[in-house]
Design a protein around this ligand. Structure first.
Ligand SMILES: Cc1ncc(COP(=O)(O)O)c(C=O)c1O
Length: 509
């Protein structure tokens, strides 16, 4: 059994000249709505709002500034801030939320969270634990009941076997889990492959670890699913890990079990880590709702028959960790945020080899001492309790998804990759002739509908918008009607001989 190397075993890089260069060219720059470059032009840059005064070039600013503004700038301690902090790009999503707040009656399709709240039995368990005085620091790996509940849930739902004593760690949500995972396996000089478009934290977290981001474009002809050949082409001697995300944000794509097996073979061949972000695992639709779990014969961690029966009772996207040879080189990043509608509770977990958990625990100790005890007790109830709430949310999203897809089918100029999972549609808006920023800003202004511009998810997302269909069905129906009206008035007429060219797969090839 070969476990990929941890950071100190990595040879010292010979050169940093490749920094941020993907096989397709420079890749570190995440387009941000404010055009902030990762080179340190922070939002607190040359004006308090982080943008130059309207109508003035940066060069002309000194003449236009009021004395108080000069004073404000002098008070900024930027020269005392660390370069690594300044280098981290600000999340494009934050800018979108700021804009949406300015239009209070807007229907927001931006939110990346269930509209439900945690089920009553979860809330009750959390409250009871507080009443019982279970409010102290906990073991850095989490309370034993939590880890046992995670082990059982992972076996039942995903067919994964992890030892609650040494291979499972509670974390403050997947965001922290990702950071701990990355910090444990990558460092300066290493490269991390990120399929793009990607969840907004990925590139910044890799950069925070001092490693280089190598993006690999997700292709429309593969329905934006991860592709083993593309990943393999991006591998260099410096590659240490690949981040996988299925079901994916922002695309909604689900990687089929067969492709996961090919990706696993690439990871094993090149001795790299898979960091598998599976926070949307129960939200799978259509054919993806009947996943082929990696074969029982080849898979030593598949559950015994009585647990396999439970697995079948709840749909879940397959995990790469279940493929033979992958458990020892995979860190599964999980969360209760989306699955149990617990985003604000900040509770998730890592599944990984004990050598990894030893390190993630050490780092976590420095970051948060232990995970919120009340959230852990609530999570035990969630993981061990009835799962009908998950299924009812899944059905609600599936219903909303059909509303979105039907509306898009009837809309001249918009195309969506058929989302097989999560609760997002990634919509191709290029026929409108607008870039994703302009489209989103005008849609908000004209129709009071808020969506996230695709460039918030990496440069490959330009020409797309992401909309979340996790919310209220009636509001979504109204928003789709407004979106159709907006697209109709902003899309040049289609001439019959051109129609074929607008097929999404050809558009994005
Ligand atoms: C793909 C993905 N991973 C991780 C997270 C973060 O989840 P958590 O709330 O557990 O930090 C999100 C949140 O939107 C996400 O979309």
């Amino acid at each position: 059994m070969v476990t990929p190397r941890l950071p100190q075993e990595r040879p010292t890089p010979q050169s940093s000249s490749l920094q941020g260069i993907s096989p397709q060219g420079p890749s570190l720059q995440r387009a941000s709505p404010q055009g902030i470059s990762p080179q340190g032009s922070s939002p607190q840059g040359s004006s308090p709002q982080g943008s130059s005064p309207q109508g003035s070039s940066p060069q002309s600013q000194p003449q236009l500034r009021l004395p108080e503004q000069n004073q404000h700038e002098q008070n900024q301690p930027k020269h005392r801030l660390s370069q690594s902090a300044l280098d981290i790009p600000r999340s494009g999503i934050r800018d979108v939320f700021d804009r949406v707040d300015a239009v209070p009656d807007a229907i927001s399709l931006c939110v990346g969270e269930p509209s439900d709240t945690a089920a009553p039995h979860i809330v009750e368990a959390a409250c009871a634990s507080m009443r019982n005085g279970q409010t102290k620091y906990t073991n850095i790996l989490g309370i034993e009941e939590f880890r046992t509940a995670v082990a059982r849930y992972s076996a039942e739902v995903k067919g994964l076997r992890y030892d609650p004593r040494a291979e499972i760690q509670a974390v403050d949500g997947a965001t922290m889990g990702l950071f701990l995972a990355l910090k444990t396996v990558v460092g300066p000089g290493d490269e991390v492959i990120i399929p793009s478009p990607f969840f907004t934290s990925y590139d910044a977290e890799v950069m925070l670890c001092g490693a280089d981001v190598i993006t690999v474009p997700l292709r429309a002809q593969h329905h934006m699913q991860l592709n083993a050949d593309d990943i393999e082409r991006a591998i260099t001697p410096r590659t240490k890990a690949v981040i996988l995300n299925s079901p994916g944000n922002p695309s909604g794509a689900v990687t089929p079990a067969e492709e996961l097996r090919r990706i696993a073979a690439v990871c094993i061949r090149h001795d790299i880590w898979a960091i598998s972000d599976e926070v949307y695992h129960p939200y799978v639709f259509g054919s993806a709702a009947n996943p082929v779990v990696p074969s029982a014969q080849a898979n030593p961690v598949v559950p015994p028959p009585q647990e396999a029966a439970l697995t079948a009772a709840m749909p879940a996207a397959p995990s790469i960790a279940g493929i033979p040879g992958m458990k020892e080189r995979t860190i599964v990043v999980e969360s209760l945020s989306k699955t149990f509608a617990m985003t604000g509770w900040r509770i998730g977990y890592l599944l990984a080899p004990d050598a990894v958990i030893e390190q993630t625990a050490k780092i976590a100790e420095l970051m948060h001492s232990s995970v919120n005890a009340t959230a852990q007790y609530g999570a035990v109830a969630a993981l061990t309790g009835p799962r009908d709430h998950i299924e009812s949310m899944r059905r609600h999203y599936d219903h909303n998804r059909s509303i979105v897809l039907n509306a898009l089918r009837e809309t001249n100029g918009l195309n969506a990759i058929d989302p097989q999972g999560a609760f997002y549609a990634f919509v191709d808006i290029r026929r409108t002739g607008m870039d994703s920023e302009t489209f989103s800003t005008r849609l908000l202004h004209d129709e009071h509908v808020a969506v996230v511009p695709g460039n918030a998810f990496g440069a490959v997302g330009e020409g797309f918008i992401r909309l979340s269909y996790a919310g209220d069905t009636q509001e979504l129906t109204e928003a789709m009607m407004r979106l159709r009206r907006f697209a109709a008035t902003h899309t040049p007429p289609v001439f019959a001989r051109h129609t074929r060219a607008f097929h999404p797969v050809e558009m994005m090839a």
